[in-house]
Design a protein around this ligand. Structure first.
Ligand code: HEC
Ligand code: HEC
Ligand code: HEC
Ligand code: HEC
Length: 270
């Protein structure tokens, strides 16, 4: 009851903010009780981002502990301006000082992005190491850096004693490059073989035309069923894994790039 009431309040507040910003209606999948693949079987609350005590996901608060789902990431009051009603501190990063490594190339040699000033890829780091990553990626890394306490929030203190698993720890030095501007000038400066998302594409850049974790993933939608569909929290979800994967890459690459170690987007460099 308390959780439902709180969630409702948050939905109303967030919709108010979004309505004011001219955004869209909130889809049902954003409730985190909904699981794209398991809903049909009547199984709820296995969403990996449901960290509440009512969750059956791998990492969650113990029985009798925090039962509010959204609170681990959002708060109606007293949050941070880094994201929408954001309830998390900035990530400490692998070095513990807020800095993160860039993807250091490896498959096709050094990334062209390093040399394209408009992309502000390495430039951001030199200017202010605490501002890379930026945008939604920064929000993700407040748990996925494997260092920042997962159960600790700004408004509410320590909700639960939770640590990120090795599986969930994302090393930016080996992952697909993120937090760079990908505008028309950057596309023009890249060699042939790159495109940009066009209006209406599900795979998208953020409001500042940057590639982020949210270009490929949707943190509210649990798409991985552990069986025939394993793309996790996949933004471009139609239910057919192979085409959802290929079409995501083809939004920007003219052919599907082959990836490094283990065929993983998060172990590109090997
Ligand atoms: C694990 C973290 C996490 C949890 C838990 C979470 N959200 Fe979010 N939410 C995010 C992130 C990250 C964004 C920003 C996404 C972006 O910038 O693209 C966001 C954005 C939103 C937005 C703005 C629209 C959008 O997609 O950008 C709404 C509305 C929202 N969340 C509602 C909720 C509600 C309601 C709950 C609880 C049922 C919830 N969220 C739980 C991470 C979370
Ligand atoms: C409040 C902490 C928190 C935040 C913030 C957060 N995550 Fe997660 N995420 C987790 C946890 C915990 C897991 C489960 C890891 C495990 O099972 O070992 C997870 C799992 C995932 C998975 C794997 C899901 C699967 O089905 O295997 C993806 C993909 C993911 N997160 C993407 C994101 C993205 C993208 C963002 C930002 C937009 C984000 N997360 C923000 C805590 C968080
Ligand atoms: C270009 C698309 C793309 C981007 C950008 C991206 N991911 Fe992923 N992510 C994937 C794919 C594909 C998988 C499925 C497993 C794989 O191939 O690595 C995945 C898997 C994951 C997993 C599950 C663990 C694993 O290694 O399989 C987590 C957690 C995750 N991503 C988080 C993130 C976070 C956090 C960011 C931003 C720093 C991000 N992803 C950016 C495509 C992407
Ligand atoms: C929103 C656009 C976008 C999407 C979507 C996207 N990429 Fe990329 N990708 C880029 C850009 C831009 C670069 C940087 C190219 C450079 O600097 O040379 C890049 C770099 C890469 C690299 C690094 C190559 C190297 O030289 O080390 C690989 C591999 C890659 N992408 C694979 C993928 C795969 C696989 C997918 C689909 C799951 C994907 N990308 C989705 C835009 C995108």
């Amino acid at each position: 009851m308390q959780y439902k009431h709180w969630c409702f309040t948050l939905l109303v507040l967030l919709s108010g903010v979004l309505y004011a910003a001219g955004a869209f209606a909130i889809p049902a999948s954003m409730t985190l009780g909904y699981d794209t693949n398991l809903a049909a079987a009547g199984i709820q609350n296995s969403h990996p981002h449901n960290l509440s005590s009512a969750s059956s996901s791998t990492i969650h608060a113990p029985a009798g502990g925090e039962d509010q789902v959204c609170k681990f990431c959002h708060t109606p009051h007293g949050g941070s301006a880094e994201g929408p009603l954001w309830n998390r501190i900035n990530p400490l990063g692998p070095n513990g000082d807020g800095s993160f490594p860039l993807y250091n190339g490896g498959i096709g040699g050094a990334l062209n992005l390093y040399t394209i000033a408009e992309a502000e890829y390495n430039a951001t780091v030199a200017a202010d190491p605490t501002r890379y990553p930026n945008g939604a990626t920064r929000l993700c890394l407040s748990c996925h850096d494997g260092v920042t306490a997962v159960g600790e929030v700004i408004s509410g203190g320590t909700l639960a004693s939770l640590t990120m698993s090795a599986y969930g720890t994302i090393d930016l030095s080996t992952s697909h490059p993120v937090s760079f501007i990908y505008n028309a000038a950057v596309e023009a400066a890249l060699p042939a073989g790159f495109n940009r998302p066009v209006a209406g594409d599900v795979v998208k850049l953020d409001a500042l035309e940057r590639v982020q974790c949210t270009t490929c993933h949707d943190p509210h939608n649990d798409t991985n069923d552990g069986g025939t569909y394993t793309l996790p929290m996949w933004r471009l979800y139609t239910g057919v894994e192979a085409s959802d994967y290929n079409d995501t890459c083809l939004t920007c690459h003219s052919s599907v790039p082959s990836v490094g170690g283990g065929g993983s987007l998060h172990i590109l460099r090997q």
